[in-house]
Design a protein around this ligand. Structure first.
Ligand SMILES: O=C(CO[C@H]1O[C@H](CO)[C@@H](O)[C@H](O)[C@H]1O)[C@@H](O)[C@H](O)[C@H](O)CO
Length: 601
């Protein structure tokens, strides 16, 4: 089988610095706080730590709006603190990946200030357009086209001193950089080399699929006056989406290859992952094929939409089908067969907690069983798994009831836009925010059952920036580290299995019973060894599906002491006792959330 790089059996842990560990009592997590918890991450067994942004930032979008790429925001610490974190992490055998946010900067970045002031060197580093002909700049209707921002409102902002509008796909304080400009690109590569030379181990690249925009043959964006690509009608919220024209654009491959040449050629031991909305699985195979020297892997987000269908996009929350999730994961696995690679994730700082979303957090028992089941389902696929802070504890969605408890500009802006436009009622939107809002995964990390869950000391002089979930009383690292039946202990075993059994990283993935809407089952095969992975992804009893039963009943252990037939010793990992698993297989009935890995041969 093909030679696979180091990260093929690595596990990555995402830290959201604002909510991980506060070390100075200001209610905000910080870099020294993360450093103090590195031994915890080492004990979990992960290999890489990805830090969401800690750079200088006015924090309009919690750091994804950077005003200085080569400095740490004072609320998070200093560059010295960052060096200490890197040194300590490497001592513990942990690699550190930083977040690279270069589709846009903050509007407080020196580059943007210079560009807005018309400084000739920077004048073309962002995307500027004149007002719509016949309109007065700054007046409603004068925007260059009808594109809306993903965080609400128009995607265009008027700057009187420049007499033009700038384009921002995200908040008004996140102007898009112009990646058509070679000098701008070189400045970004220089910054990336500066961090690589400082000892980091790679980048998670924010919406990297958005950096190349589609222009008509005269270099004009769609819908702009004189553009050969006409404006499309606005949607129910009064705007058209820039998505089709601003994702996976025509120059993306050559830019990623240039970036690879300028920053990563001659380096090794690093990992690059690109967040890539709008990139298809076919394209992902090309971008992640090592021969093309672009990126190691991508975050494709198709599976994040299986329960979001309707006029309000992600806020139109619907039921979901297991067959949809299986189909999408199967397509991701195919990318590997085709020579590329894939990441594996259910959670991050933009998505709700998976145990509340696709699991069952209605009781302590169903929460732990479903958290383990979903962890096993994801981690037993081929690819590089990502754990989002707290997922290893089975942390749940926030327990907030009113809009003023939320901080995220996406939820708050979209509440006003969608309710204002009558797309959703206030109750419907509040329900959607409680289920899909990004703050669900940003509540402070639950380290223990003290007043602020150990996120900060009880005598801290400030409340945490976001409310602690009251269920910290039972769901916390301290309790789970001392409980071998906890979700935490289960994740330790899951990660250890990936590190010790080559089938997990190298074995071919093959789905079983693809129409089953309750049981998700697949085999992993390497040479003449095979594992079968079976998960009842429901809160009800489930029949053991036919193909899965056949695989389990044709176990071939002719040459070992147990002989053929099922045996407890072959239950490699499960959220039930091995004996319980064998009983359920024999009964051809799986209990709610039963999940196991069985060594077939
Ligand atoms: O697509 C992105 C990109 O997110 C990246 O880019 C965004 C802008 O930098 C930033 O807000 C996100 O935190 C970062 O992960 C998000 O808009 C995401 O889909 C959405 O929030 C889901 O609700």
């Amino acid at each position: 089988s093909r030679e696979l790089p180091w990260w093929s059996n690595a596990v990555v842990y995402q830290v959201y610095p604002r909510s991980f560990q506060d070390s100075d009592g200001d209610g905000m997590g910080d870099v020294p706080g993360i450093t103090s918890r590195l031994p915890y991450l080492a004990s979990l067994g992960v290999d890489v730590v990805w830090l969401s942004p800690v750079y200088k930032s006015p924090q309009d979008d919690n750091g994804y709006d950077i005003s200085d790429y080569q400095d740490i925001d004072p609320m998070f610490g200093t560059l010295d603190d960052m060096d200490t974190l890197l040194k300590r992490a490497h001592e513990l055998g942990l690699k550190v990946v930083m977040d690279l946010v270069v589709n846009h900067t903050s509007d407080e970045h020196d580059w943007f200030k210079a560009s807005a002031a018309g400084d000739s060197k920077y004048t073309d580093w962002y995307i500027w357009e004149d007002p719509k002909p016949g309109h007065v700049g700054g007046q409603p209707g004068a925007e260059p086209n009808n594109w809306g921002s993903y965080f609400g409102g128009s995607a265009w902002q008027w700057v009187p001193e420049r007499g033009q509008y700038y384009f921002h796909q995200f908040s008004v304080k996140q102007p898009d950089l112009n990646w058509e400009n070679p000098a701008m690109r070189q400045a970004v590569y220089q910054m990336m080399n500066w961090w690589m030379d400082r000892g980091i181990d790679g980048f998670r690249m924010d919406v990297i699929s958005y950096i190349s925009k589609t222009y008509d043959e005269n270099g004009r964006l769609p819908g702009i006056a004189g553009s050969l690509i006409p404006e499309r009608p606005a949607g129910p919220d009064g705007f058209d989406s820039p998505f089709d024209y601003c994702s996976d654009g025509p120059h993306l491959d050559e830019i990623l290859q240039e970036m690879h040449r300028e920053v990563f050629d001659g380096r090794d031991g690093y990992l690059n992952v690109g967040e890539a909305p709008g990139i298809s699985a076919e394209r992902a195979t090309h971008v992640t094929n090592p021969q093309n020297k672009e990126l190691d892997m991508l975050f494709l987000i198709d599976h994040m939409g299986i329960d979001q269908h309707g006029p309000a996009g992600k806020w139109s929350v619907t039921d979901w089908k297991l067959s949809d999730l299986r189909k999408i994961q199967a397509r991701y696995e195919q990318i590997i067969d085709e020579g590329g690679w894939t990441s594996l994730f259910f959670c991050n700082h933009d998505q709700p907690r998976v145990v509340s979303r696709w699991g069952d957090d209605s009781s302590e028992e169903s929460r732990t069983r479903s958290a383990k089941a979903l962890g096993l389902l994801l981690h037993m696929h081929q690819g590089t798994p990502y754990i989002y802070q707290g997922e290893e504890l089975g942390m749940t969605n926030a327990d907030y009831t009113s809009l003023d408890q939320y901080e995220d500009l996406e939820s708050i802006n979209m509440y006003h836009q969608l309710v204002g436009a009558g797309v959703l009622s206030s109750d419907e939107m509040m329900n959607s925010i409680q289920r899909m809002g990004r703050d669900n995964s940003r509540t402070p990390m639950q380290w223990d059952d003290s007043i602020y869950a150990g996120f900060e000391s009880a005598d801290a002089h400030t409340q945490p920036w976001l409310g602690v979930n009251a269920n910290k009383a039972t769901i916390n690292a301290q309790a789970e580290q001392n409980d071998e039946n906890s979700v935490f202990s289960f994740y330790q075993k899951l990660i250890a299995l990936r590190h010790t059994n080559p089938i997990v990283s190298h074995g071919h993935w093959n789905a079983l019973d693809i129409d089953d809407e309750q049981v998700y089952a697949f085999t992993r095969t390497l040479d003449d060894h095979e594992l079968v992975v079976v998960i009842n992804v429901s809160s009800e009893l489930a029949a053991l599906p036919t193909q899965t039963a056949a695989v389990l009943n044709n176990t071939d252990h002719t040459n070992d002491e147990h002989g053929d037939g099922l045996h407890e010793s072959k239950v490699i990992l499960s959220n039930d006792s091995a004996q319980g698993v064998i009983e359920q297989i024999n009964a051809k009935s799986l209990n709610p959330w039963t999940a196991f890995v069985y060594e077939v041969k």
